[in-house]
Design a protein around this ligand. Sequence first.
Ligand code: FAD
Ligand code: UDP
Length: 389
Amino acid sequence: MDHPFDCLIIGAGMAGAVCARELAERGGKKVLVLERRAHVGGNAYDCFDQAGVLIHKYGPHIFHTNHKRVFEFLSRFTTWLDYQHQVVANIPAEGGRLEIPVPFNLVSMELAFGREKAASLARRLIAEYGRETKVTILELRQNPDPEIAALADYVYEHVFVYYTMKQWGQKPEEIDPNTTARVPVFLSEDSRYFQDVFQGMPLEGYTPMFQRMLDHPYITLELATDAASRVKLEGEQVLLDGAPFRGTVIYTGAVDELFGCKYGRLPYRTLDFQFETHPVDCWQSHGTVNYTMDQDYTRITEFKQLTGQKLPGVTTIMKEYSRAYTGAEGETPYYPIISPENNALYSRYQGETERLPNFHLLGRLAEYKYYNMDAIAARALALCDDLLK
Ligand code: FAD
Ligand code: UDP
């Protein structure tokens, strides 16, 4: 049997959708996309809940990038709401609670220590590292200056240690340093969570953006279709519906699942999301509030503040609880747990795919990397450049 497709893409998240569009449109390829879930968008999927609030089903997603090409590519499928994400840490303080900007910055310092002490600390820090610089918490903790060391301890205790224990089950110094480096101490008064040139939210939501991206006469999309039911690996062959598929295959799912987890499961953290709808206009001070010193959940996100949706008298929030992924039915692997040991296990699976011709692993799961959406889109565009050379 000859397949009517040039390319087979498994997964309709950012990785799969960008590749599908590029290969179909720029390459004139006939593309089949298989998606296990009943919808497109991967973890960036959004939808309206029963109260009519636009929610992110798999965790809050804010788009930000310095890649002009990625921004221009996605802008073909959506207009943007100008949204600059701000996060605060909600911590116990004398006589109540205090909210300080995260990443911890000069504003946080003043709120935590008062104007005078913060000014003196800021002078020292800026003399040491320079204004508008970002210093990771692990780096700051190495500083021998006792005043800076005391500040580093404060930030470690009030922002990082408990949150990281909840999120990863490990201390900040035990996890991949690139993870805590995502949220550095910022010697600035800029309280935005990201400093990227392009930031925003798709005006009508992520799902319509993905739907438009996948809407092309050369793209066939099959939802609610697990690739495991249609695709088999046999020696050096990929079989689609029992017959050899000789075109390009892009796999964006978890790589261990491809091989029945025969070397053991790749470790991930998963999340349990608790959605709550409340009869108020607004629930909290910022789009996301991190609970860095108490509570079992890591953070609360109020969607209306992210999406700019105007809906008086009702709001939906989400609490995130992190735990180890077990692979049980209905669980989603969200965060790869980067470590030398886990990377070595990943390499064994990745090595197995090398014998398969025209077979590419792409995406957060398939590459076992902690990528943001824009990084995945950039990698997808680059892979298509290579494939269409
Ligand atoms: P996914 O989105 O996971 O898509 C993979 C798709 O493949 C899924 O739809 C899955 O169902 C499908 N699939 C898997 N296996 C199979 C199979 N066997 N058959 C068929 N289909 C299959 N990034 C940002 O830039 N900004 C943010 O604010 C942000 N917030 C995040 C918050 C959370 C809680 C999490 C977990 C991630 C966040 N990210 C954020 C990262 C973002 O989710 C990823 O970068 C992005 O989703 C990666 O896209 P992907 O296509 O690689 O993977
Ligand atoms: N982090 C922390 N406290 C915070 C925010 C982040 O300890 O208030 C640490 C934590 O280890 C987290 C990592 O920094 O996993 C990366 O945070 P980010 O907000 O980028 O995580 P994501 O949004 O990807 O879940």
